[in-house]
Ligand binder design. Structure first.
Ligand code: OXD
Ligand code: MN
Length: 608
């Protein structure tokens, strides 16, 4: 039955699909070709389900939001579940201290009975997809089996889905095998499991995007980081943007930030007026994931393996990110936002000042939105999402579909730090930059009181996404640096979130971050000088352009933004020693000696 209507003759695919059909026992198997007709039929089917069916999707106002759909997940199924996410390598050491681990044999034995007959009475969809432009040598193919139309429709936005992916694959065995079943959406039996050595992902008991769009975190980061280590490339949790300068040349930058640091906003930045007048433009290549591979000229090239944005809705508005908002205005899927019942459109916190009176909140209750929010509730779930086609993005890069990818000049790390870390600094070299990446961390801040919260380490912003031992991952970074030599991108660190004594942010952020990108690009071109300090190269006085914001960023403020407080940095070193030892090395993280040496050197430069 599985082979009926198969879209490939690849025996490895056919055998695996048959095996999974025998296990899950669906009534029907549908091969997804990616055609408009097939997608329309599935949309018709899923929107025709009766109200109250947990799989139902709804049409939104088709005049205001053409092609847009709405879905509400189970209340217990609204986010990625890191405590139920596993890396199942043959040895525990290979998964390392940042991952949950179980022996693959044990995990298969545990999950197989859960999948046994799970699709009885239902349809299994076979989704072929390409991560990255189909013609790109950096791209890879995945196949996801799922019992959810919501997944098919999301995968259509997030990947290059359909027959062409099988054509790319040909007879090759190099495809990621993803199996997803929503099953009973039982949180006690929810598992998101990667088997990197088998190129396999099993996800069960969730129907929420982040756990079921297996192309994204599961493949493009966890499995791909493992593949990259073995094959000489890198899969990173990075946005990719291009800055077009007045002379027409575009420089490309990758940046990695932990969540809640404004990654999507930076990816879609609108430069300040002065820059725009002078002819600067920022283009988005990607907002979440970068695959990086050395090109024929020895430089590092990046593609965005995805084809859409799976963004957090709350906080997105005409002011904070007009480009993201515009991306959601057609052919998008909204999950767990609120509905404005006056015109069947969507709403979320901060979309507009006033919530709709006649609202349906994300759990499905009809409420007076004004009263409901005034009582301290949110209408949209804080992690409610839009799934939006990249092609909708007004600032999408013309190189978005370029099979070669874009050459990367700079890699930028950042976090949310109230003090210690200056606005921007450059590493001395790649190895030092790798140390800086390993030290990425972010604080929870209570801005209103200025209280500084908990520091969370999130190396390279990849902590939940490294598909193997974090120490080996750092070693791979060092190896890539050696391979790239003097063609390697320059590495920087930024901090948009420095505060004054009263807990006020002292850098305006958003579009003004262009001023920092400007300095970064000039450093890459060798046209800006720098101050050599103990922690790295900092901008010289006056080298960050503050034209138009002089009142806000006075010379005194700029001094604060760029100070290196030795006492705070000594504390930082002590914390990094504790982190390396207690959280990583003592728990089986194989930290390269070169990174320990970086800590020693930093301490030496600061003076003991
Ligand atoms: C995301 C995340 O959803 O990083 O992109 O959590
Ligand atoms: Mn992300």
């Amino acid at each position: 039955m599985a082979l009926e209507g198969a879209l490939t003759s690849n025996q490895k695919v056919l055998d695996w699909v048959q095996e999974m059909v025998d296990l899950c026992k669906p009534d029907r198997v549908v091969w997804i070709d990616g055609s408009k007709e097939q997608l329309e039929a599935l949309t018709q089917e899923v929107t025709s389900l009766p109200d109250g069916d947990p799989n139902k999707m709804y049409y939104l106002n088709q005049e205001k939001l053409p092609g847009c759909l709405y879905h509400r997940t189970a209340v217990n199924d609204v986010a990625r579940v890191e405590d139920r996410t596993f890396i199942c390598t043959r040895t525990k050491e290979d998964a390392g201290p940042t991952n949950n681990w179980m022996d693959p044999k044990e995990m298969y034995a545990k999950l197989t009975p859960m999948y046994d007959g799970v699709m009885k009475g239902q349809t299994m969809y076979v989704i072929p997809y390409s991560m990255g432009p189909v013609a790109s040598p950096i791209s890879k193919v995945g196949v996801e089996l799922t019992d959810s139309i919501y997944v098919v429709l999301n995968m259509n936005i997030m990947t290059r889905m359909g027959k062409a992916a099988f054509e790319k694959l040909g007879d090759s065995n190099d495809f990621v095998r993803g199996l997803h079943s929503k099953a009973q959406v039982d949180p006690e039996n929810r598992y998101i499991v990667q088997f990197p050595e088998d190129n396999t992902i099993w996800s069960i008991n969730s129907a929420y995007g982040g756990n079921v769009i297996l192309s994204k975190k599961c493949f493009a980061l966890r499995i791909a980081s493992f593949q990259g280590k073995n094959e000489g490339w890198m899969a990173e949790h990075m946005l990719i943007l291009g800055v077009q300068k007045p002379d027409g040349e575009t420089k490309y930058i990758c940046a990695a930030f932990p969540s809640a640091c404004g990654k999507t906003n930076l990816a879609m930045l609108i430069p300040p007026e002065g820059y725009r007048k002078n002819g600067y433009k920022v283009f988005t290549v990607g907002d979440d994931i970068a695959w990086l591979k050395p090109g024929a000229d020895g430089r590092l090239y990046a593609i965005n393996p995805e084809n859409g944005f799976f963004g957090v809705a709350p906080g997105t508005n005409e002011k904070s990110n007009p480009n993201a908002l515009a991306s959601t205005r057609k052919n998008a899927i909204f999950t767990n936002v609120a509905i404005n019942n006056d015109d069947n459109t969507v709403w979320w916190e901060k979309l507009t000042k006033e919530p709709p009176v006649n609202a349906t909140e994300w759990k499905g209750a009809k409420v007076n939105g004004v009263e409901f929010t005034a009582a301290g509730n949110t209408l949209a779930h804080p992690n409610s999402r839009f799934t939006a086609p990249a092609e909708n993005c007004p600032c999408l890069s013309p190189a978005f579909n370029d099979p070669q990818g874009v050459p990367i000049s700079a890699i930028v790390f950042g976090g949310r730090r109230a003090s210690t870390t200056p606005l921007v600094y450059q590493s001395f070299d790649w190895t030092h930059g790798t140390y800086i990446g390993s030290a990425v961390s972010s604080e929870t801040t209570a801005a209103a009181t200025g209280a500084v919260g908990v520091l969370r380490h999130d190396p390279m912003a990849m902590k939940p996404f490294i598909g193997y031992n974090v120490g080996d991952y750092w070693a791979h970074w060092l190896e890539m640096g050696e391979k790239l030599g003097d063609k390697a991108p320059k590495i920087f660190n930024v901090n948009w979130f420095k505060q004054d004594e009263n807990g006020n942010f002292i850098w305006p952020g958003f579009g003004d971050n262009m001023r920092v990108l400007d300095w970064i690009i000039k450093r890459c071109e060798g046209t800006a000088d720098a101050e050599e300090t103990a922690i790295g190269y900092l901008p010289k006085k006056g080298d960050i352009n503050v034209e138009g914001i002089e009142d806000e960023v006075t010379p005194e403020i700029m001094d604060k933004l760029l100070t290196v407080d030795k006492e705070l940095w000594k504390k930082e070193i002590a914390e990094m020693r504790r982190y390396y030892k207690e959280d990583i090395a003592d728990k089986g993280g194989r930290i390269p000696q070169a990174l320990w040496d970086q800590l020693d050197k930093l301490e030496e430069r600061l003076g003991k």
